[in-house]
Design a protein around this ligand. Structure first.
Ligand SMILES: Nc1ncnc2c1ncn2[C@@H]1O[C@H](COP(=O)(O)OP(=O)(O)O)[C@@H](O)[C@H]1O
Ligand SMILES: NC(=O)OP(=O)(O)O
Length: 319
């Protein structure tokens, strides 16, 4: 039987830190990343692909704002902006993947699904925004936007550039509305693109109606939930580092190649993984393993084929 994997594409897979984000840039980055997935596809994996949307949904929010100011176009709520980003990015991945598959002579169908993801309406995250979206501003610009529009900003320190980014609520994903469809499609061998941007946030009200939630869900947590629910064997998070490290960027930095659940949890509690970047990825990997997944891997897309790269997390160390 074919192995089933969920692969979550990080921000870098679509948009690099030093790029403005033209469609040409995003298409080229996406193609380069998808070329690295050909290895898994040729190995016969059934695949669900998810992706981030932080920079893109931030841009949509700014277009929203500019449209209202310049032309009086009504602002759209955040769930619609997330759905827009999911559709746009998912369509781009589908188109690029079809071309990559054709180039390699692979006959597999591809399908992109807009995916509503359920959150709790009273999740404390709604009163404590943490999810960074959009571009990086300097302090003066961030202060001006905060005063003018009431946006909330948090500092972001990255190798590619530091500054201030807008933050929005990011509640924990609890369920995926069209999970049965995702499961059925992927088990037929169709490569499914789903839960992009963490999914469109919704909650279920007391009358069991589906209602919109104003949030951006963490794509790694939503992808791990999806991976666990479809009983995937493996869960890959592709980002911009080849390994997870202890004492990252310090003189005693140490790469982590194999980790068991208990040690990963211990390092997480010791604060070894950056809050807002690596820590959520580690939590997502642990969620997946705890719910029966065999292996989580964090690495760069270009290193996927070489098993000597990547941090591999399993429940127990293998002999
Ligand atoms: N212990 C660690 N090991 C590796 N990277 C870490 C660690 N702690 C923090 N990081 C940071 O996490 C970043 C990846 O997370 P993030 O920027 O959110 O990725 P993506 O946008 O691809 O989802 C790395 O570029 C690195 O700067
Ligand atoms: N939704 C989400 O987590 O997107 P990024 O990975 O781009 O931040």
């Amino acid at each position: 039987m074919s192995k089933l994997a969920v692969v979550a594409l990080g921000g870098n897979a679509l948009l690099r830190g030093n790029q403005v984000g033209t469609i040409d840039e995003q298409e080229q980055n996406t193609t380069d990343t998808l070329e690295n997935l050909v290895y898994l596809i040729k190995e016969g994996y059934n695949l669900v692909i998810s992706h981030g949307n932080g920079p893109q949904v931030g841009n949509i929010l700014m277009r929203n704002d500019a449209g209202e100011q310049l032309y009086g176009i009504p602002q759209m709520p955040l769930d619609i902006c997330v759905a827009d980003s999911q559709g746009g990015i998912g369509y781009m991945i589908e188109r690029m993947l079809r071309n990559v598959l054709r180039k390699h002579g692979i006959d597999r169908e591809v399908c992109c699904l807009v995916t509503p993801v359920i959150v709790d309406h009273d999740d404390p995250a709604f009163t404590n925004p943490t999810k960074r979206v959009g571009r990086i501003y300097d302090k003066a610009q961030a202060d001006a936007l905060a005063a003018e529009k009431g946006w909330i900003f948090k500092e972001e320190v990255k190798d590619t550039g530091s500054g201030w980014r807008r933050v929005v609520p990011s509640p924990k994903p609890k369920g995926i509305l069209n999970i049965k469809v995702i499961d059925q499609l992927v088990r037929q061998g169709i490569i499914v693109i789903a839960s992009g941007g963490g999914g469109v946030p919704v909650y279920i009200d007391e009358e069991k109606n589906v209602r919109p939630a104003e949030a951006v869900i963490d794509k790694d947590l939503a992808s791990a939930l999806m991976a666990a629910e479809i009983k995937a064997d493996e869960f890959y998070i592709l980002t911009d580092v080849p390994f997870v490290y202890l004492n990252y960027k310090k003189p005693n930095e140490q790469k982590l190649e194999f980790l068991n659940y208990a040690d990963t949890m211990k390092y997480l509690e010791q604060g070894m993984f950056g809050e807002g970047n690596m820590a959520p990825k580690i939590k997502a990997c642990l969620d997946f393993i705890k719910r029966g997944g065999k292996m989580s891997v964090i690495t760069e897309a270009t290193k996927l084929e070489d098993m000597s790269y990547g941090t591999k997390i399993t429940m127990e160390y293998e002999d």
